[in-house]
Design a protein around this ligand. Structure first.
Ligand code: S3P
Length: 424
């Protein structure tokens, strides 16, 4: 896919549904009683993997484009799957479903694609075993995972990583435990599980960096409207800030404070982003964002801000390459265990385009302001790398060519169409 330089971006766009919230709507709908109806569901490949896993577990799910209906069977209504459950490329699918399956009265095998088979599963195996779960990984504690459902105990787990996938996995297993289950994180990760499970009827409490859940609630089907995904909006935010003479209105963006780090980091870089129409949709804060071209400056991105923008670091790095001054990204070693090693994929592709950037153990240092030029980008099948570098191409001399560009379908099937729709 060739992305040519743009002289201006103008217009309005609605952003597809939030990936994290779409996954959870299917999972919680499946273990609730009765119908859960979901609108603005993200039809990305990852969320379709979650739907296909729950169909295999005996749940009827209707899917008509943006509207889906899950016929939930309650906490104890899942049935064993004859075949392995395929999470595809989705870390959220494999890790959250593991928590649910650990407490079932049957055995399951969970697998995924080559990228999933490389990603660390010890982070869920350790706490689930502490709860009494019987699960094993393959090789170096990776997928495929074999889970023999068993009786679980409530625990208080001190997680070494701020990860919503780990936290959610443990809280979901906690639904099947014999007492309260708590997770304390080094800093707070996205809290969509806590918000949505409460709405379904679970007793969830959050205090500082600890989330707790009581077992055996009666969960009831809900109507859920999924907000637009701030992680998908991030590419358009960056593009409108970087391309001169741009002004775009992005409607219906989820701005949950555990997810809005991109807005805070962009603010520190002197980005001109205005929020309008702030309101709440299905328990999640949402607004419209008006983004205008800005002269960006370097910043430091670190500490408790990292979990609130972890998926936006590739595109923030692209913004930093065009900013005036140095940007330091640290405390972000988690980037190494995403769909690709995102420290390597971001740094190597930025260097190919002529940027002055150095990888560090837990992030990168970007000395911004050098003009970037044409390169062929290898996203290593990582959707967020492909989209971040499409944005870089809009501002690079000669544009960029993105190899295997179709990997964006993991989280944003219409990405190139939407980007072209705004470019002048
Ligand atoms: C997600 C949590 C994050 C994020 C991922 C989605 C979720 O992963 O990177 O894209 O839906 O819970 P970690 O929990 O591993 O940080």
């Amino acid at each position: 896919m060739f992305i040519k330089p743009a002289s201006s971006l103008k217009g309005e766009l609605p952003i597809p549904g939030d990936k994290s919230i779409s996954h959870r709507s299917v999972m919680f709908g499946a273990i609730a009683n009765g119908r859960t109806e979901v609108t603005h569901f993200l039809q990305g490949a990852d969320c379709l993997s979650t739907i296909s896993c729950f169909r295999r577990l005996g749940i009827e799910i209707e899917n008509t484009k943006e509207h889906i209906c899950i016929h939930g069977k309650g906490l104890h209504g899942l049935r064993p799957s004859k075949e392995a459950l395929d999470a595809g490329n989705s870390g959220t699918t494999i890790r959250l479903i593991s928590g649910i399956l650990a407490g079932q009265p049957f055995s399951s095998v969970l697998d995924g694609d080559a990228s999933i088979r490389r990603r660390p599963m010890k982070r869920i195996i350790t706490p689930l075993r502490e709860m009494g779960a019987d699960l094993t990984g393959s090789g170096n504690d990776c997928a495929p995972l074999t889970i023999n459902g068993s009786a679980l105990h409530g625990i208080h787990y001190l997680s070494p990583v701020a990860s919503a996938q780990v936290k959610s996995c443990i809280l979901l297993a906690g639904l099947y435990a014999d007492g309260q289950t708590s997770v304390t994180e080094p800093s707070v990760s996205r809290d969509h599980t806590e918000r949505m499970l409460s709405a379904f009827g679970a007793q969830v409490t959050c205090r500082d960096t600890t989330a707790s859940i009581c077992p055996d609630p009666v969960l009831s089907g809900q109507k859920i409207e999924v907000p637009g995904d701030i992680s998908s909006a991030a590419y358009f935010i960056a593009a409108a800030l970087l391309v001169p003479n741009s002004e775009i209105l992005i409607r219906n963006v989820g701005v949950n404070p555990t997810r809005d780090g991109i807005l805070r980091a962009a603010g520190a870089m002197h980005a001109n982003i205005k929020k309008y129409n702030e309101h709440t949709v299905s328990g999640e804060p949402v607004c419209d964002l008006l983004v205008t071209s800005s002269s960006l400056t370097g910043t430091v991105i670190e500490g408790s801000l990292i979990p609130a923008l972890i998926d936006e670091i590739p595109v923030l790095a692209v913004m930093a390459a065009f900013a005036d001054g140095t940007t330091v990204i640290r405390d972000a070693a988690e980037l190494k265990v995403k769909e690709s090693n995102r420290i390597d994929t971001v740094v190597s592709n930025l260097q190919k385009m002529g940027a002055d950037v150095t990888a560090t153990d837990d992030g990168m240092v970007i000395r911004g302001g050098r003009p970037l030029h044409y390169a062929v980008i290898d996203p290593q099948a990582d959707h967020r790398i492909a989209m971040a570098f499409a944005v870089a191409g809009l501002c690079a001399e000669g544009g960029v060519e993105i190899d295997n560009a179709e990997c964006v379908a993991i989280s944003y099937p219409g990405f190139y169409r939407d980007l072209c729709g705004l470019s002048l």
